[in-house]
Design a protein around this ligand. Structure first.
Ligand SMILES: Nc1nc2c(c(=O)[nH]1)N[C@H]1C(S)=C(S)[C@@H](COP(=O)(O)O)O[C@H]1N2
Ligand SMILES: [Mo]
Length: 239
């Protein structure tokens, strides 16, 4: 166990600190938290066939823009409430629901996963758009780690400001659907959803939850589909 954590992510020096008292709490996390070795180990386990099919059938990538086309001023902060205060040390991304391997991931763990970046257009129904570069981890990476059961069809996203959203699983598994922690090459600003937000070129702006704290994978949609959807906005909201 020790060797695997050490080898994959944590440098020797940090690792020695981890074997002290603070290390134990790091590895054990909260209750029900899989230790990191477990998470890494699960990467080699087979995925359920539905999810595997969706990840590997080539979902059509959306053409991206070039660096010079980024519009740094065009992305308007659009929040239905104030920016929530999030303690980054205590922050955990919970992944639960109909999964075989529920997760509770710290930011360090999330940022140790393979990262990717894309330059895409963000489109808000309120009549503005912006070309933005987002960097982060593919949502499919996190979903795969959680080992969803065969019947999973939707993902619910809970945000720290009370916002909530639901997506079809195919869109959630699209290779350009990211949990972003960078914007235009810098650390994601708080107002744009730090530490972690959805970013994807295949959905309208209101689907792209900021301040995501929980992802729940389910086989059904409940009465509550999304903050704006429950007031009449369209649910699929594809671009
Ligand atoms: N948690 C949360 N996520 C949210 C919203 C919100 O109010 N709360 N607004 C949505 C809307 S309508 C848009 S257009 C984008 C805006 O993202 P930005 O503020 O980073 O430009 O965030 C989306 N995600
Ligand atoms: Mo929006």
């Amino acid at each position: 166990m020790i060797i695997r954590v050490n080898r994959s992510l944590i440098k020797r020096r940090n690792f020695l600190q981890l074997s002290g008292v603070s290390g134990i709490s790091f590895l054990l996390g909260g209750c029900g938290t899989p230790i990191f070795e477990d998470i890494v180990g699960k990467l080699s386990e087979p995925l359920n066939q539905n999810v595997e099919k969706l990840i590997f059938k080539s979902q059509k990538p959306v053409p991206e823009f070039s660096l010079s086309e980024i519009e740094p001023e065009a992305l308007i902060i659009n929040s239905f409430r104030n920016t929530p205060i999030i303690d980054l040390e205590k922050y955990r991304l919970i992944v639960n629901g109909e999964v075989n391997n529920p997760l509770s991931l710290s930011l360090t763990e999330i940022q140790a996963l393979p990262s990717s970046s894309m330059i895409i257009r963000h489109v808000c129904v309120e009549g503005w758009a912006a070309i933005v570069q987002w960097g982060g981890v593919r949502l499919q990476e996190i979903i795969a780690l959680a080992q969803p059961k065969d019947n999973v069809q939707y993902a619910y996203f809970k945000s720290a400001d009370g916002y909530y959203e639901s997506w079809d699983i195919a869109s959630a598994l699209h290779p350009q659907t990211l949990l972003a922690y960078q914007k235009n090459g810098d650390v994601l600003p708080k107002e744009n959803g730090a530490p972690l937000r959805l970013a994807s070129p295949i959905k309208l702006g209101y689907k792209q939850s900021k301040w995501v704290t929980q992802i729940t994978l389910v086989s059904y949609l409940s009465l509550f589909k999304g903050y704006w959807e429950d007031q009449g906005y369209e649910w699929f909201a594809g671009l």
